[in-house]
Design a binder for this molecule. Sequence first.
Ligand code: TRP
Length: 435
Amino acid sequence: MSTRVLTGITTTGTLHLGNYVGAIRPAIAASREAGVESFFFMADYHALIKCDEPDRIERSRLQIAATWLACGLDTRRVVFYRQSDIPEIPELTWLLTCVTSKGQMNRAHAYKASVDANLAAGEDPDAGITMGLYSYPILMAADILMFNAHRVPVGKDQVQHIEMARDVAQRFNHLFGKGEDFFVLPEAQVDAEMELLPGLDGRKMSKSYDNVVPLFEGGAKALREAIARIVTDSRLPGEPKEPEGTALVALYDAFAIADERAAFRAELRAGLGWGDAKQRLFDRIDAEIGPMRARYDELMARPERIEDTLQEGAAKARALAGPLLQRLREAVGLRRFQPLAAPARDAAMPKAAALPVFKQYREADGRFYFKLSAHDGRTLLQSEGFAGGREAGEWVKRLKTEGAAALAGAPVQRGDGVGEDEVAQALAALVAAAG
Ligand code: TRP
């Protein structure tokens, strides 16, 4: 069976080199592996939680879609879509919301951080906190569970969300699964690559630190300008420099093979000037992303082509989401009404009255028994006594679901004058009725 890998990017801004090195590049590489089915999407419902500027949302989702495509995503191999094109996701969000404990959401880091900030500022704890922010992890759980993803590559800050998705999946399976599991329990995959890329000042590259190197926006010029702002020490050209631990070398490493990394270090130790080193860094990065930037610009000039690609992706995604959601709706009781005369699926319906029934009971000897009685009251099967009721119940469950196949090894005897065929038919009727 193939492994499903799923990840999303919130569409509130443009992407930087850290997003490329940490998320997009490894995700695309992984999507080319055999045995992997990838799902990549624009988390634009999540974007609404953080941003109330419609134009910015619109632009960001286009830019992020164009970025994935420009970086070489093969949309025939992966399912690539916008979250907001999949109405099954908000519907699943509601089903999950109804089995998610509020106490658990109270413990979500992002929500707690907002509460703490309010308290520190002497405000009401919930000032400015929307239900969107509060329920963010449930929407994210729906993203993941909708496609039964096994692995979810994310940054460390998202690990708690994946754990919450596992919990809610487990609860739903337990409450409504009746032995069948609807949801795979997903696992977070936190790669070292996702954390390591430093920004201009050596801290993790992040918009919130204003230390990012843009990926495509602003063109080669913006890349060059950002690189010029990388913080270095004040050693002059000709003076030996210590490469390890510098942001400049860490950025270089992210784009270089082992030989190039070693050569760059040797040159710095031999006195390469920081200005020249920055030029090398620019050349190395631009060799990789320059051709992608050209594709990006072409894509951005033809948004309607991206729209078509995303519509195809949405169709693929919905072909998977629709049937699962249908099963979930059935499971929770959102079913179509059936005419009463039609063959009943429910044990309470008229036809079911003619079905044989299992009865479990305890005898004076303190042991637990069950028997299968025909609709006219004759005993078809009689069990031996069990020490515990649970064991008896398990046999009943197996016989009801597996039918005569479960008879081999079952501690039961046929009733007087009852043939094998009659028992087999009775069990088959129960299996069919359980549907
Ligand atoms: N919350 C993620 C982030 O901000 C984005 C996201 C939304 C996501 N849904 C997801 C990531 C599902 C992985 C899987 O980074």
